[in-house]
Design a protein around this ligand. Structure first.
Ligand SMILES: Nc1ncnc2c1ncn2[C@@H]1O[C@H](COP(=O)(O)OP(=O)(O)O)[C@@H](O)[C@H]1O
Ligand SMILES: O=C(O)C1=C[C@@H](OP(=O)(O)O)[C@@H](O)[C@H](O)C1
Ligand SMILES: [Mg+2]
Length: 160
């Protein structure tokens, strides 16, 4: 969360001259409410079910760069679907995470004690990100443009 998947995803798509899509945006559009509202109204398990469907549909119906929500990989079926794709894991350390997500209330899982929450989420998820990733790109101290370039280099893709 907050590592730059949505920001960098759009930049990578621009450089490749291909389409960009973000499953969180798909969910907000389909549900007509924010991610935070879905969490509050229905709880995390209901959000994960909506997210699982959104990722499946996007992977089947979109050709280009897809940004996922940071929790999508919690689902084993989703991880299996990702195996056929060029997945990039963007990483950062906790201090960078706190700066980037800051006082933003859009991420309900970091609403209270973000530093501790982020550490715990990463301890639970790091191995899943590593499992699905074809490449890992560290984003600390890099601008979004620099990260986008690293992603292209890591996947050996050329700018259009
Ligand atoms: N490399 C970067 N350096 C500094 N800030 C960044 C970087 N990448 C993204 N950000 C900022 O961090 C915040 C979270 O980015 P976002 O793309 O929404 O992350 P994600 O989709 O992974 O949660 C945004 O305010 C964005 O402008
Ligand atoms: O990691 C997570 O569990 C989440 C990440 C968010 O997306 P970003 O990773 O784009 O912030 C969003 O899907 C939701 O708040 C839950
Ligand atoms: Mg995002």
């Amino acid at each position: 969360m907050g590592v730059g998947k949505s920001t960098v995803g759009a930049l990578v798509a621009e450089r490749l001259g291909c389409a960009y899509r973000d499953t969180d945006d798909d969910i907000v559009a389909a549900e007509g409410r924010s991610i935070a509202d879905i969490f509050v109204d229905e709880g995390e398990p209901a959000f994960r079910a909506i997210e699982k469907r959104a990722v499946r549909e996007a992977l089947a119906g979109h050709d280009g760069v897809l940004a996922l929500g940071g929790g999508s990989v919690l689902d084993a079926d989703t991880r299996a679907l990702l195996a056929g794709h060029q997945v990039v894991y963007l990483s950062m350390d906790v201090e960078e995470a706190v700066q980037r997500t800051g006082l933003n209330v859009a991420r309900p899982l970091l609403a209270v004690n973000p530093r501790k929450q982020w550490r715990e989420l990463m301890e639970a998820r790091r191995h899943l990100y590593t499992e699905v990733a074809r490449a890992v790109v560290a984003t600390d101290g890099r601008t979004p443009d620099e990260v986008a370039q690293e992603v292209l280099d890591a996947l050996e893709l050329k700018e259009a």
